[in-house]
Structure formats: structure tokens, C-alpha cells
Design a protein around this ligand. Structure first.
Ligand code: ATP
Length: 353
């Protein structure tokens, strides 16, 4: 388990991680995402014990390992690490690399664990290879095997797939999640790639300027982002203008909908409603039509960019046999399971990417 309580980390006078609290129970996988420079790596380095904390504390099952004035050294934290710059040993074979952290075991026990891990990462025949004889994806699997071999309490991963191409990244992220679940390993990973985080994580933290904006399941983050920043950062979507008819009912260009998510709204308030591409359903029978501005073929689906009569633009993810030309008018309806509404900012509303 891993528990962070009101954690702050500073470089000299600059506090770059502020008031962060989160916890992972045994076997849970967390991911940290956020724009460059928001403090993800610093947070991971503080958990590893490479950076002291200015305030708050970090606890592992052995107790508090970091607090103001307390820094348990990295080697006493029983952590595994797969860092960008944490390379495999080139002069050792695959088996010797994996066995590196197993020197406290008998030869037999070590050999058995190495075999088990090679099987687990899907490379049972590569034990005698040297690192330069492996592909990038194979190297990352071996780096993972080496890190989890001694059964660390928590595994830290910093952009472990960043050097791999997108397709390989996704399949590796899926495999690694399965491996970690098999080992019941608690893990926390930093990534730039939110789809990688969606694939890997039980819980995702979205950071901005050193603060945690939301720590939640991938589903919650996507469907119930707590603020505009998270709505903008996670997934694709637009904010559609609306007006409150009372505290619950919102009038939009698609009709009137109920919201129960945002307290404190009153009749007449101007709001923005978060609309994801999968909230807009293509429906020839709908009275609401929109013009196709752009289309992007995604195999099973087409992502349409549409202009409503009001001038608002929305996205629509339609099954790809509904193939319409740019400029065509198509019927659409809003199929919202729940409505995410933000009070309109004084300045013009922004549109998430
Ligand atoms: N050793 C250091 N000394 C001083 N400032 C640092 C140091 N390392 C990082 N910073 C600063 O701390 C802030 C957070 O950096 P950090 O590397 O944690 O961000 P990040 O979210 O991991 O970024 P990226 O996604 O680009 O890797 C940045 O403003 C960075 O310039």
C-alpha cells in the first residue's frame, strides 16, 4: 500500500508539488498524468526517496518513510523501479539482469523465480540473450521482470513506454497491467499518454501546477471531470452553451436536460455543458440536424466534427457504416447518461481539445 498525505515537495524556494493526498491499496495501479512540468516525476522521485518532502508524509506498509525532517533512504523502501533512465545492465544476460535483485535467494529459488518471470512477461526463451540482442519492447518487459523479481511493495514506473511506438505501447500497457495484477503488485506510473493511463490504471491522478486536480477511476475522470481543466485534459469534447431553467434543468440547443452534478446553480445562470463525442448519437429520425465539417475514419467508427444550427460545434462518434460526406446535414441526438455542467466563465467559454 501507498499513502500520501498533504504532500509538498520543493526545489529550493520553489514548491513544485503541493498538498497532494492519495492512496493505493495492495494490488492497485495508479497513474499520474498532467502537462509537462506539473510535478509528476518529482512526486514519483519523492515516493522513491530521492527527494525530501517539505510538508506532509508518505507511508508504506512499514510506516512513514518521508516527512518533514525524515527521509528513509531509497534502498530501505522495498520499491521496484522502471524509470526512463534506469537501464538494464548491458554486460549481463537477460537471466542475470532479472536475477540481480535475487542474490539473497538460494540459486535454485532464484533460477525458479527467473523462469517464472520470463514466462510471465512472455519471453521464456530469451534467458541467455544479452540486452542489445532484444527489441525495445522486449527490453521493457525484461526491465519490468527485473523490477518485480524481488516482489517489491510498490513498483514505480516513469514513462516506461515512451521510447516505443504507439501500437506497441498500448499492447505492452495491457500486458503489463495483467502481469502486475497477477503479481498483486501495487504500482504507480507517470505517463504523458492518457490512453496508456486508461489501459493501465485503476486510479488516475490529473495534476496541474503541482496540485492534484482529480484522483479517480478512468470512468469517473472521463464522465465526471471535477473542473474544466480535467474536462479539457482528459479525452475529447466540447463545452456547449446552456441556460438553467431552474437549479436542475438546463436548456441547450438539443433541448432541456436534467443535471444533478453541479450544486448551487440557479434559474437564469449561464452554463457550459460538457459533451463527449460518444454523447452524440447519429439518428436519421432526430429533429436536430448538424452539418458535417470534418470526418476522421477510425476503423469501426468515424469521428465527425459537426456544426449545429446555433453555430456551436460538437463531435459525434458514429459507427463507420454511417458514412456521410463533408457538408452533408445529418440527424443527431444527445444521449447523456449524466450531465456535466460548469458555470460559464466571465470570459468566452473555452473548448476542450
Ligand atoms: N532538480 C530540479 N531542480 C529544480 N527544479 C526542478 C528540478 N527538477 C524539476 N524541476 C522543476 O520542477 C517542476 C516539476 O518538474 P517535473 O519533472 O516533476 O514535472 P513533470 O510533470 O514530470 O514534467 P514532464 O512531463 O515534462 O516530465 C518543473 O517546473 C521543473 O522545471
Amino acid at each position: 500500500m501507498l499513502v500520501l498525505e498533504q504532500l509538498a515537495v520543493a526545489y529550493g524556494p520553489h514548491t513544485v508539488v503541493k498538498d497532494i493526498s492519495l492512496s493505493l491499496s495492495k494490488g492497485q495501479i495508479g497513474c499520474l498524468v498532467g502537462p509537462s512540468g506539473c510535478g509528476k516525476t518529482t512526486l514519483l522521485r519523492a515516493i522513491a526517496g530521492f527527494e525530501p518532502v517539505a510538508q506532509g508524509q508518505i507511508s508504506l506498509s512499514q510506516g512513514v518513510v518521508s516527512a518533514s525532517g525524515l527521509l528513509c533512504p531509497p534502498e530501505q523502501r522495498r520499491l521496484g523501479m522502471v524509470f526512463q533512465d534506469f537501464a538494464l545492465f548491458p554486460h549481463l544476460t537477460v537471466a542475470q539482469n532479472i536475477g540481480f535483485g535475487l542474490r539473497h535467494l538460494s540459486r535454485n529459488a532464484s533460477q525458479q523465480r527467473i523462469r517464472e518471470l520470463l514466462q510471465l512477461v512472455g519471453l521464456p526463451d530469451l534467458a541467455r540473450r544479452y540486452i542489445h540482442q532484444l527489441s525495445g519492447g522486449q527490453q521493457q518487459r525484461i526491465a519490468l521482470a527485473r523490477a518485480i523479481a524481488p516482489k517489491p511493495e510498490v513498483l514505480l514506473l516513469d514513462e516506461p513506454f515512451s521510447s516505443l511506438d504507439a501500437e506497441l505501447r498500448e499492447s505492452l500497457a495491457r500486458d503489463i497491467r495483467q502481469i502486475l495484477k497477477h503479481e498483486q503488485m501495487t504500482a504507480i506510473m507517470v505517463t504523458h499518454d492518457q490512453f496508456e493511463a486508461f489501459t493501465m490504471a485503476d486510479l488516475i491522478g490529473v495534476m496541474e501546477h503541482g496540485r492534484m486536480q482529480q484522483w479517480a477511476t478512468p470512468y469517473e475522470l472521463y464522465h465526471k471531470p471535477v473542473n474544466r481543466f480535467v474536462a479539457d485534459f482528459i479525452g475529447r469534447g466540447v463545452l456547449l452553451a446552456g441556460q438553467m431553467l431552474d437549479a436542475q434543468q438546463v436548456k441547450t440547443s438539443f433541448g432541456v436536460f436534467r443535471q444533478s452534478y453541479q450544486p448551487g446553480l440557479q434559474q437564469g445562470d449561464q452554463v457550459d455543458v460538457l459533451i463527449r463525442p460518444d454523447d452524440i448519437v447519429h439518428d436519421d429520425d432526430s429533429g436536430v440536424t448538424a452539418k458535417v465539417l470534418e470526418k476522421s475514419f477510425r476503423g469501426s467508427h468515424i469521428l465527425y466534427s459537426l456544426e449545429l444550427k446555433s453555430g456551436d460545434q460538437v463531435y459525434c462518434l458514429a459507427l463507420s457504416h454511417h458514412n456521410h460526406a463533408v457538408g452533408e446535414m445529418i440527424g443527431i441526438r444527445l444521449d447523456l447518461d449524466h450531465m456535466v455542467v460548469y458555470p460559464r466563465l466571465a470570459v468566452a467559454s473555452q473548448e476542450p481539445a
